[in-house]
Design a protein around this ligand. Structure first.
Ligand SMILES: [Zn+2]
Length: 442
């Protein structure tokens, strides 16, 4: 292959704030009755005045801190002008130049910046009619822009899945592609490896509306194949926006871009600039939990679990927390501590959660710890172990046996106790008694 894919990403994440970006309407619009969550501000009615949602700013900063971005002390909103029926104001309030977070990286891929903006409404096309739902209009939207550092679909997948997990760990968004709370656009071009002077190709194709991980993989692969085939035929690739046709398994042209669009950006005079002090950044830093990669490394270090087990546990923060709660609870119990090393107990817990799904049967971590004691006792008091314990007790207590055989049958309870001691306190006394009697009376 003489062409190397060069891919940059623009990822939109809808934060799980209570209200929209510049008004008090609810942010969560999924499945709501069309146009039931609007007000003069998000409908862009004349005279309405927006106000900034602090929660959205904090959540964006948290994402920036988690990815190692520099948080801007001073940042501003701009009006980005364009016309579309789902944009009632005729401009989108967004950021430019003075954005909230600059730089950062994830899995070695550089992040250019992260900014905050508002979402547009939604168009629905029904029976040759176009309907507009403004519930999403004005919703807070975080946009993360990467450098063109990706060279394969696998790298894009790994990055976006990790970003989704980080957003969930930070509790800033469920980042669900199917529900549209995480949306992806990929800028794709191919670099001719023979042409070693150029760092980047002189064009890029924007792939839009990628709404699932499966779709992402297919769409980017299809576009790489298309560009490769065009270039190898000596054709030039047009700078354009393309979509992906699931049925034809190819991308198709949506809009040809001639030069860069002029959005006539200008500062939003209705909103004050955002000033963020050091103390605020410090306080938000304290709220950043242990992130997935750090958790993977710690689980590897202290529990020594397999990579597969670690991935299953870490891919869901609730599951990871539950796992550690069972460990903490279990290791407080002398009984489990005497039977297990931390590693062997961690293996037992992970196995019961992953292969037997006992975490769903025991929603309380302490419940699963108790269940483990029960399971281990049951396996310990197996017939074989009981038989062996009885044999040991009979062998080591000749004096007591003589007493029993001389008619002092009350010593039986002492012998049962000795057997139970070997069985770590478990075992059914009636069964042990019967077994002892049958041996003693032989
Ligand atoms: Zn509103």
């Amino acid at each position: 292959m003489i062409y190397t894919p060069i891919i940059g990403l623009e990822i939109h994440i809808e934060p799980n704030t209570k209200s929209k970006m510049f008004c008090a309407c609810p942010q969560d619009h999924f499945g709501k009755k069309p146009n039931s969550q609007t007000c003069p501000i998000c409908l862009g009615l004349p005279g309405s005045l927006p106000f900034t949602n602090r929660e959205a700013i904090n959540k964006t900063i948290k994402l920036g801190l988690a990815l190692g971005s520099k948080i801007s002390e001073f940042s501003k909103f701009y009006r980005k002008h364009y016309f579309y029926p789902d944009l009632p104001k005729g401009f989108q309030t967004s950021q430019k130049d003075e954005v909230l977070c600059l730089g950062g990286s994830l899995f070695g891929k550089r992040i250019n910046h992260i900014h905050l903006e508002e979402d547009a409404g939604k168009l629905m096309h029904v029976n040759n009619q176009s309907l507009v739902d403004f519930n999403r209009s004005g919703c807070a939207l975080i946009e993360l822009v990467t450098e063109p550092d990706f060279h394969s679909t696998d790298e894009v997948l790994a990055f976006t899945k990790e970003l989704q997990l980080i957003a969930r760990y930070l509790d800033i968004s469920n980042a669900d592609m199917e529900k549209g709370t995480m949306r992806l656009e990929a800028n794709i071009s191919m670099l001719n490896a023979k042409n070693s002077n150029a760092k980047l190709p002189d064009y890029k194709v924007e792939l839009k509306n990628i709404n699932s991980f499966k779709f992402l993989e297919k769409a980017i692969n299809a576009e790489i194949v298309r560009q490769e085939s065009e270039l190898s035929k000596g054709r030039k690739i047009i700078q354009e926006t393309r979509g992906y046709d699931e049925n034809k398994k190819t991308t198709f042209s949506q809009r040809v871009k001639e030069g860069s669009e002029d959005y006539r950006y200008f500062p939003e005079a209705d909103l004050p600039p955002i000033e963020i002090g050091e103390l605020k950044i410090k306080n938000l830093k304290l709220k950043i939990p242990e992130l997935p990669q750090a958790k993977r490394e710690r689980f590897q270090d202290i529990y020594k679990l397999s990579k597969d087990y670690i991935e299953i546990l870490v891919s869901d923060l609730n599951r990871a927390n539950y796992f550690e709660d069972v460990i903490a609870n279990g290791m407080k119990q002398p009984r489990l501590r005497s039977l297990h090393s931390l590693h062997s107990f961690a293996m037992t817990v992970a196995n019961l959660m992953i292969n037997k799904h006992l975490d769903t049967d025991y929603p309380e971590p302490a419940g699963l710890a108790r269940k483990i004691i029960e399971l281990e006792d049951r396996s310990y008091e197996s017939a074989e172990n009981t038989e062996e314990a009885v044999r040991q007790v009979l062998q080591t207590n000749p004096e007591i046996i003589k007493k029993y055989q001389n008619g002092q049958t009350q010593v039986l309870s002492f012998l049962i106790g000795q057997v139970q001691k070997i069985l770590r306190g478990s075992g059914n006394p009636k069964l042990i008694g019967d077994l002892l009697k049958s041996k003693l009376e032989k």
